[in-house]
Design a protein around this ligand. Structure first.
Ligand code: SAM
Length: 306
C-alpha cells in the first residue's frame, strides 16, 4: 500500500463513503455526494441498499486499495461512468469504453422525438418500422428507442452503424443487456457506405464540435471522449453535410429524420437541409428543445409523395 493509501485507510463501509464524499467536496466536484456513493458501491461491490445494510462492515486491505484507486481517478477528473464502465441513459444501463461517447442526458430528447414519430408512423404501417441510427456509438439512442417501442408494442427493425468497430462491440453487448438484440443489428459503415435500403426513421447524433473547440472543452470530455465521436470538422457541420446530401436515397416517402444538434446549430443544420431538398413542400422542418429551452433536435418530416 502507498503512503497515500495508508493515510486514507477506510475502516468501515460507512467511513469509506464519508471519506470519499469529503475529498470530492474539497476538490469542488459538484456531484460529490452521488459520486462517493456510486464509487464506494463500485469498489466494494455493493448496491445502494448493500451500502446501508453493511455500513459497519470492515473494509479489507484489498478493498482499501481499490477504493483509493477509484478515488484518485475521480480526483484526477475521470468521469464516474469511465471509472465504472457503465452509464445510465433513458433509465437503462449502457456499457461504455474508450471508443464510445459517454451517453448524455441531453440526448434523451432525441429518443423522445423519435418515439413520437414512431407512434405516428406505426398507425399507417403493418410491417415493423425500419429505423437507422447513424454513428450509433454505445447504441444508446437506438437501444433505448427499441426498448421503449417494445413496451408500446410498436414493432421495429433497427440498424445502428458506426465507423468504429470497437464502439459496435459495445453496442451489441448493450443491446443484449437491454433485451433488444432481436430487433436491432449493428454494422460497420462510414455513414451510408454499407447501407443499402430505405428507412422510415433515421436518427443521428453525429460528431458536431468544431475541431478548434475540442481542446477547450471540459477535460472530462476532451480527455475521455474519443475524437471520432466529437470532431465535426472546421465548422462542426461536416457530418451533417455528408448525411444530408445522401438522405434522399435512404429515407422512405413519409419518413422522418431526426438530428441531435449543438445548441447553436439549429439554423445552420436547417439551412443545410433546405439547400439539399429544394422544393419546400416536400418536407416539414421543426426544432425540438430540451428542458432548459435550448434547441437540441432538428426534425425533418418527409411528405408521403416525396
Ligand atoms: C457524438 S457520437 C454519438 C454516439 C451515440 N449515438 C450517442 O448518442 O451517444 C458520434 C458517433 O459517430 C461515429 N462516427 C464518426 N464518424 C463516423 C463516420 N464517418 N461514419 C459512421 N460513424 C461515425 C463515432 O464513432 C461516434 O460513435
Amino acid at each position: 500500500m502507498t503512503q497515500n493509501a495508508q493515510h486514507h485507510a477506510y475502516h468501515t463501509v460507512e467511513q469509506a463513503q464519508i471519506n470519499l464524499r469529503g475529498r470530492f467536496k474539497e476538490a469542488d466536484i459538484s456531484t460529490y455526494e452521488l459520486d462517493a456513493r456510486v464509487l464506494t458501491g463500485f469498489a466494494l461491490s455493493l448496491d445502494d441498499i448493500g451500502l446501508i445494510k453493511h455500513a459497519s462492515r470492515s473494509v479489507t486491505e484489498q478493498e482499501n486499495k481499490i477504493l483509493e484507486k477509484v478515488c484518485l481517478a475521480r480526483l484526477e477528473g475521470k468521469p464516474v461512468s469511465r471509472i465504472i464502465g457503465v452509464k445510465e441513459f433513458y433509465s437503462l444501463p449502457f456499457h461504455i469504453s474508450p471508443a464510445t461517447l459517454d451517453p448524455r442526458p441531453d440526448s434523451e430528447c432525441l429518443v423522445d422525438s423519435a418515439l413520437n414519430a414512431a407512434e405516428k408512423l406505426a398507425k399507417s404501417k403493418s410491417k415493423p418500422l425500419k429505423v437507422l441510427d447513424l454513428g450509433t456509438g454505445s447504441g444508446c439512442l437506438l437501444i433505448a428507442f427499441a426498448h421503449a417501442c417494445k413496451q408500446r408494442a410498436i414493432q421495429v427493425k433497427g440498424l445502428g452503424v458506426d465507423i468504429s468497430a470497437n464502439a459496435l462491440r459495445q453496442a451489441r453487448i448493450n443491446a443484449a443487456i437491454n433485451g433488444v438484440s432481436d430487433s436491432v443489428n449493428f454494422r460497420q459503415s462510414d455513414w451510408f457506405e454499407n447501407v443499402s435500403s430505405r428507412f422510415d426513421i433515421i436518427i443521428s447524433n453525429p460528431p458536431y464540435i468544431s475541431s478548434g473547440e475540442i481542446e477547450a472543452l471540459a477535460p472530462e470530455v476532451s480527455k475521455y471522449d474519443s475524437k471520432t465521436a466529437l470532431d465535426g470538422g472546421t465548422d462542426g457541420l461536416d457530418a451533417y453535410r455528408n448525411i444530408i446530401s445522401n438522405i434522399m436515397s435512404f429515407i422512405q416517402p413519409g419518413g422522418c429524420v431526426l438530428f441531435e444538434i449543438g445548441s447553436e446549430q439549429a439554423a445552420l443544420v436547417t439551412n443545410l437541409v433546405r439547400q439539399v431538398i429544394v422544393t419546400p413542400p416536400q418536407v416539414t422542418i421543426s426544432h425540438v428543445s430540451d428542458l432548459s429551452g435550448l434547441n437540441r433536435v432538428v426534425q425533418v418530416e418527409f411528405d408521403i409523395n416525396s
